[in-house]
Design a protein around this ligand. Structure first.
Ligand code: NAD
Length: 480
């Protein structure tokens, strides 16, 4: 049982001003596994003040030479790596992510990102002298840290997605108030401990666990300069509206309904294909923004495609998220399971056919849903249009490549996607035509050096890559 009494604000563990607490429930059992204080408005105010003071300190983090910040970021990466196993266990015990996934992603990605941005900020010029085409003199273009960043994080990859925000923001010289989701609050403790151990100065990182109210107060706080949000499209729209009114820079990383396009030359017997497809579709129990939950299958090989996916679903061990054999763990909460089961019922009512799963696995007490494959799905069905955020895939037939691209693009969302083929050139040609922020040819893995974001209802702006470092800087032109 993890019982946390204090909040990490201003570099210390402080007694909260709010007396509310967040209880964390295990999705494996439904039992309580810990609790932390919920940050109320006064706690958010204290966290923003600490971040502002740290940012405005004339000798502080934002004024340090990039090289000096980079050294601390590398130590932060090492301190997080040392806590990787603990972090992976905490994440999996809260959100149901199979421990193999949290060990490979949640435990590792933050360190990778911190080292990448530490190198990048040292290697990037922050001032540039430009030759004039109209003025008499040159112009000095400078880049400075943007200020205090509010980072709002969802529960599905809580540590990885927090690092998408704090790694470039810290490298740029910003300070942060991070708001984890109420479902995943315990993994903030090793994050705060690692920051302290690494020598991140007090107030540069502050953590305010809480729900919608805490998040809304933080996003509109007058002491915040920029917002980095990852979450659902519905909440993202609200956050975007507030930031629009306040003219506050914002990135919105939102939902998806991505397509995995199976080309007619695919070799279903290819070693490793199942693992790659699992990573793009059912990883983290389908609780991934980038999940390709629509499978587009050539009509000529439709039955074979459905067989491949039912075979894949049947081969995945469903079980406790902390068991290294598990490939499908429980979904995050009872409410989320009800939502997913509602979609499964709607799929059947609208005429799709369950080719695999559809129910709850026997003998498991937590919030489990069988990996579920729907066949005979039309792209207009609800299960093909809305984000289910669970282990449910819909196989949709297409006539030819143009039709596949048309169906892939016939979606409100535009986050990710994949194509599976023996011919990489053909795959790349398809990749160029799909309207999404990222796309994989025979793979799908987010890469730190490349921007990650969505188009259409999947978001605004991007994270990762040099673009994210620039996002946390503001430019100034000094005419000479
Ligand atoms: P959510 O939108 O319910 O919550 C996201 C975060 O916003 C949480 O921390 C929540 O407490 C906070 N929040 C809620 N209301 C708020 C408000 N009014 N103002 C400020 N903050 C508020 O999403 P979720 O259920 O935690 O996460 C799942 C969703 O996140 C899915 O839609 C998924 O696709 C999306 N997601 C997107 C990406 C991406 O990079 N595009 C990555 C992961 C998850």
């Amino acid at each position: 049982m993890h019982q946390q009494q204090d909040l990490f604000i201003g570099g210390e563990w402080r007694r909260p001003r709010s007396d509310r607490r967040i209880t964390v429930v295990s999705p494996n059992s439904g039992g309580s596994i810990g609790s932390v204080p919920e940050a109320g408005e006064a706690d958010v105010d204290a966290a923003v003040s600490a971040a502002r003071a740290a940012f405005e300190d004339p000798e502080g983090w934002a004024r340090w030479e990039p090289r000096r910040r980079a050294e601390v970021l590398r130590r932060f990466a090492d301190a997080l790596d040392r806590r990787g196993e603990e972090t992976a266990r905490l994440v999996s015990s809260q959100n149901g992510m199979p421990i193999v996934t949290s060990s490979a992603v949640e435990a590792v990605f933050p360190g990778v990102l911190l080292r990448y941005y530490a190198d990048l900020v040292v290697d990037t010029a922050h001032e540039e002298l430009r030759e004039p085409v109209a003025a008499a003199g040159k112009t000095l273009v400078t880049r400075e840290a943007l200020g205090v960043v509010a980072a709002i994080v969802p529960w599905n990859f809580p540590q990885g997605l927090a690092a998408y925000k704090y790694a470039p923001a810290l490298a740029a010289g910003c300070t942060l108030v991070i708001k984890p989701s109420p479902e995943t609050v315990l993994d903030s403790v090793p994050l705060a401990e690692a920051a302290t151990e690494a020598g991140i100065p007090p107030g540069v990182i502050n953590i305010v666990p809480g729900g919608a109210e805490t998040g809304a107060h933080l996003v509109s706080h007058p002491g915040v300069d920029a917002v980095a949000f990852t979450g659902s499209t519905a909440v993202g729209r609200r956050v975007g509206e507030v930031c629009g009114r306040l003219l506050r820079p914002v990135t919105l990383e939102l939902g998806g309904k991505s397509a995995a396009i199976i080309l007619d030359d695919v070799d279903f017997g290819l070693p490793g294909l199942g693992d790659g497809v699992y990573g793009a579709t059912l990883a983290n129990n389908g609780q991934a923004c980038f999940a390709c939950s629509r499978i587009l299958a050539p009509r000529s090989r439709y039955a074979e495609t459905v067989d491949f996916f039912t075979g894949l679903a049947g081969s995945l061990t469903v079980g406790d998220s902390l068991d290294p054999a598990t490939r499908i763990g429980p979904v995050v909460s009872e409410r989320q399971r009800e939502r997913i089961e509602g979609y499964i019922r709607t799929g059947v009512t609208e005429g799709a056919r369950i080719a695999f799963g559809g129910g709850r696995p026997d003998g498991l007490a937590g919030w489990f849903v069988e990996p579920t494959i729907f066949a005979d799905v039309d792209n207009h069905h609800t299960i093909a249009r809305e984000e289910i955020f669970g282990p449910v895939l819909s196989v949709i037939a297409y006539d030819d490549e143009d039709d596949a691209v048309r169906i892939a693009n016939d979606s409100d969302f535009g986050l990710a996607g994949t194509v599976w083929t023996q011919d990489e050139g053909r795959g790349l040609a398809v990749a160029r035509r799909v309207e999404t922020g990222s796309f994989g040819v025979n793979t799908y893995t987010a890469e730190p050096t490349a921007p990650f974001g969505g188009v259409k209802a999947s978001g605004l702006g991007s994270e990762l890559g040099p673009e994210a470092l620039q996002h946390f800087q503001r430019v100034k032109s000094i005419y000479l």
